[in-house]
Design a protein around this ligand. Structure first.
Ligand code: AMP
Ligand code: ZN
Length: 459
């Protein structure tokens, strides 16, 4: 019997067997990007890690039985400011940024909605946008006010934190500590310093929507309410897995839990909470001021997306990851070797146990990759790697891609190889060597074998 998936749950601080609420519709939600500017390589981590989980769940429960919602935050202070700066609407700004983000992550071998959704069937992968869910936010906000968990004050709607005794259960922060943290500059309209904004008035020039709860002035949502609205709309009041970066545990996820549970009167919002560790660059926190801020696009300028994906998966998702040049070089070497082994063979039907088992153990990618290293049977290696979203192309297709990326003129290479063959037949070794050097200068390496000469882009 196949072993079960085990996941480390931030809610319980324990690793436990995963049991879906409904195995015919396993539902996961991941907090996606805030699309105001190019995504950085840290943002790629949850995207890649939870893509792997989505693939694994599809493998375990069958592709039609898994639903994945990964949201897009398309309204917030940074977005509003950037759009105002450029004199465009937030929709124009976020459409452009989202398009670039999609192009970036597609190269990282991440499944996209169009890869998994079947026309005419219920979508299995949705990418909801906050501004398309204002109506759902209004419903939840109104529900919270009716149930006595939120109040209107000074054009705002605030969540009444003391009204929820279990507040803090996810982040395990003692209430007094949170209160002390929140006490800096408490807005006068708050009953408790911990209360957080569900809805607020828009400042002049900011985007705005009609307000809920009879507030006359138009306004805009607070940050947390969007994920309660989108997860409810697409996955229901209670669902299986909620994921995001570790920085989101408090306050974002804590507040999501408070909103959803208090509105729907449920004991849990999501059964399992997963959080990826942070990415740093060459041992330092990534930040614009340190000059080590790397966008996904920066990485893709120098490396194939598959190399970046593998470099990301070498570290267990809960550990901090150090993004280094050495790590990328190592990943590139591993992939070269594996492509050499698999060539153009098709993947085996069965996924090797040695790869599947560690992945089922809270996505132990390091152990799964170590097993891939040991596999020398091409079809098995390919099947195992495919589950990780690796080796998804044939060696020939990859070589072609490398050739295109290097801008090599294939017709000229073939002509020079023919000339060299003629020179060798005529025993004109000087000419043969000259041609080899010329090709090398073009970035093409030759290999003479018993079946003739093959070439590849020199690395
Ligand atoms: P943001 O665009 O800042 O809302 O972040 C989108 C996602 O990326 C969230 O799940 C964050 O937790 C995650 N994230 C942001 N920075 C990093 C980082 N340096 N390392 C890992 N994850 C990150
Ligand atoms: Zn969220």
């Amino acid at each position: 019997m196949a072993s079960m998936l085990r996941l480390y749950n931030t809610l319980t601080r324990e690793k436990a067997a995963f049991t879906p609420i409904d195995p015919t519709n396993v539902r996961m939600y991941a907090c996606g990007p805030t699309v105001y500017d190019a995504a950085h390589i840290g943002n790629a981590r949850p995207i890649i890690v939870f893509d792997l989980l989505f693939r694994l769940l599809r493998q375990l429960y069958g592709a039609p039985h898994v639903t994945y919602a990964r949201n897009v935050t398309d309204v917030d202070d940074k977005i509003n400011a950037r759009a105002a700066e450029r004199g465009i609407s937030i929709r124009e700004l976020t459409d452009g940024t989202l398009k670039a983000f999609h192009a970036d992550i597609r190269e990282l071998g991440v499944l996209m909605p169009e890869d998994v959704n079947v026309p005419g069937e219920r979508p299995r992968f949705v990418e909801p946008r906050a501004t398309d869910h204002i109506a759902e936010m209004h419903t939840i906000i109104a529900g919270l006010v009716t149930r006595g968990h939120a109040y209107v004050a000074d054009g705002h709607v605030l969540f009444d934190v003391p009204s929820m005794p279990e507040y803090g259960a996810l982040s395990k922060r003692p209430l007094d500590e949170m209160e002390a943290g929140a006490r800096v500059e408490v807005a006068p309209y708050k009953r408790s310093p911990l209360d957080f904004v569900l809805w607020k008035p828009s400042k002049a020039g900011e985007p705005s929507w009609p307000s809920p709860c009879g507030i006359a002035e138009p306004g805009r949502p607070g940050w947390h309410i969007e994920c309660s609205a989108m997860s409810w709309k697409h996955l229901g009041e209670r669902f299986d897995i909620h994921a995001g970066g570790i920085d989101l545990i408090f306050p974002h996820h804590e507040n999501e839990v408070a909103q959803s549970r208090c509105c729907f009167g449920t004991d849990v919002m999501a059964d399992v909470w997963l959080h990826n560790g942070f990415l740093q660059v060459e041992g330092e926190k990534m930040s614009k001021s340190l000059g080590n801020f790397i966008t996904i696009r920066d990485v893709l300028k120098d490396w194939p997306g598959e190399v970046a994906r593998l470099a990301m998966l070498k570290t267990h998702y809960r550990q901090p990851i150090d993004w280094t040049l050495r790590g990328l070089e190592e990943a590139a070497r591993m992939l070269d070797r594996w492509y050499g082994v698999v060539g153009d063979v098709a993947a085996a039907e069965a996924i090797p146990e040695g790869v599947r088992e560690p992945l089922l153990d809270d996505l132990n990618t390091a152990a799964a990759l170590a097993e891939l290293h040991r596999l020398d049977e091409p079809a098995a290696l390919k099947a195992g790697a495919n589950l990780l979203g690796l080796l998804t192309q044939t060696k020939s297709a990859r070589d072609q891609g490398t050739i295109r990326a290097a801008g090599v003129d294939v017709a000229r290479v073939e002509a020079l190889i023919a000339d060299r063959r003629a020179a060798r037949t005529a025993k004109d070794w000087a000419a043969s060597d000259r041609i080899r050097d010329e090709l090398l200068a073009m970035g093409v390496a030759l290999k003479d074998g018993k079946d003739g000469t093959t070439w590849s882009v020199a690395t």
